[in-house]
Design a protein around this ligand. Structure first.
Ligand SMILES: [Zn+2]
Length: 413
């Protein structure tokens, strides 16, 4: 097996403990008066966002002039002279909203997103406090407490729990499904207990994870369970008066039904997140070396080509993959392993071919997607397809580890 020095970087990175940024979300409990203020601020930020988009648009169309972030930032004081209600809001939060516009345009210029749209104040999510001067959190080691927003002059009750608390850095207030939240980033040194085991993982669509120990973790079909309910509710929604551009307002029943749908969808998302973290914690709890293959989720979940016979099959695969949110699972296992001081190794899929290779004799046996069992044509080794792939990844990682140890003996540093 070829081993290049580039493969060692994850091992070296893992040894040095470093400060990392973690995000904690707290639920806010505003009083009725405070809630009015929060909605007011939200609408103000939305208007600023739209104004900034309009400014860029007209300047370019009429005067062929590209406005950048700094030009908008520098014109903020003048803007506040005209629209003096903005004086009540902190300048840094206003700058952060302009940054959002800048971010959207940069994405567009890179070809990553569509041209930034005007946003409806009904749906605009919230605003940021990029520095720690304009807000303050009072909490008992990250568990519950109070949040003081200085520009609005309100102290809010908050609930939530941080795994590891640290130095608070930024705060984002957002409004989602009729509830208020604060997302706070802290700089901390998280600690995590881990075993000395090593494990290979294969993420698939039939089962969520296959481990090298032969364990198959089924994906909970949250979406499937709730899909029926969403379909039913959407049907009801279609019979109600929906909002149309300016002229027709949504009926009260439409709004009510939409809220119900959002609630079910939010629940699915929460369940999925909870499941992901639990499984990831379980994997990392006993193992400090996790090996898997590089995965191209984008390619795997790409839509089937037009007119392709496999469209049904492909969309079924997509549904399954997205249901367990493999990307989310991988990422959370990865950061948890690194947090625990362990190693996360990704095998190069193209060269290693874990699904085809036999863990017993290291020879290749071509397979189709339908072959669920690995039947080695060279040494007659029989194993579950996904388990074998996970074992191959682990064997590959072990080989790397040994080569690394040998290198360290040869060149001690
Ligand atoms: Zn074999």
């Amino acid at each position: 097996m070829k081993v290049s020095p580039a493969n060692f970087t994850p091992i070296l990175n893992a040894i040095i403990p470093k400060m990392v940024t973690r995000r904690i979300t707290y639920r806010l409990y505003p009083t009725r008066q405070q809630e009015t203020q929060l909605h007011w601020a939200r609408r103000m930020h939305c208007c600023l966002y739209n104004a900034a988009v309009a400014n860029r648009k007209t300047q370019y169309q009429k005067f062929n002039h590209s406005v950048d972030y700094f030009e908008q930032q520098n014109s903020l004081p003048e803007f506040k002279e005209v629209w003096d209600e903005y004086k009540k809001l902190g300048s840094q939060t206003l700058q952060a909203t302009l940054k959002r516009v800048d971010f959207a345009f940069k994405r567009f210029f890179k070809g990553l997103g569509k041209y930034p749209k005007f946003k409806s104040s009904r749906r605009y999510s919230g605003w940021d406090y990029p520095n720690k001067q304009s807000w303050r959190i009072t909490t008992n080691n990250g568990v519950n407490g109070y949040l003081n927003l200085r520009d609005l002059g309100i102290i809010l009750q908050i609930r939530g729990k941080a795994r590891t608390w640290g130095i608070p850095k930024t705060c984002t207030i957002f409004w989602r499904s009729n509830k208020w939240y604060a997302s706070i980033t802290v700089e901390c040194c998280p600690g995590r207990q881990t075993g000395i085991g090593a494990i290979g993982l294969d993420f698939g669509s039939k089962v969520a994870i296959a481990t090298s120990d032969g364990e198959l973790i089924e994906s909970p079909k949250f979406l499937k369970q709730s899909q029926e309910k969403v379909t039913q509710l959407s049907k009801r929604l279609r019979r109600k008066r929906k909002p149309e551009k300016r002229k027709v307002k949504a009926s009260r029943r439409w709004k009510k039904c939409q809220a119900q749908i959002n609630k079910v969808k939010r629940k699915v998302a929460n369940q999925r997140q909870d499941w992901t973290h639990k499984v990831a914690a379980q994997m990392v709890g006993g193992n400090s070396l996790v090996a898997t293959e590089k995965l191209n989720i984008k390619g795997m979940t790409r839509k089937a080509k037009k007119g392709s016979k496999r469209k049904r099959q492909k969309s079924g695969l997509n549904r399954n993959l997205l249901d367990v949110a493999i990307g989310m699972l991988r990422e959370s296992i990865k950061y948890k392993v690194i947090e625990a001081g362990g190693v996360f190794l990704e095998a190069p899929t193209q060269q290693l071919k874990p699904t085809q290779r036999c863990n017993n004799c290291w020879e290749l046996t071509p397979k189709t997607l339908a072959d669920r069992i690995h039947h080695c044509s060279h040494c007659a080794h029989v194993e579950d397809r996904d388990v074998n792939a996970a074992q191959v990844c682990l064997t590959w990682a072990r080989g790397l580890e040994q080569a690394y140890a040998r290198r360290r003996v040869a060149h001690p540093y």
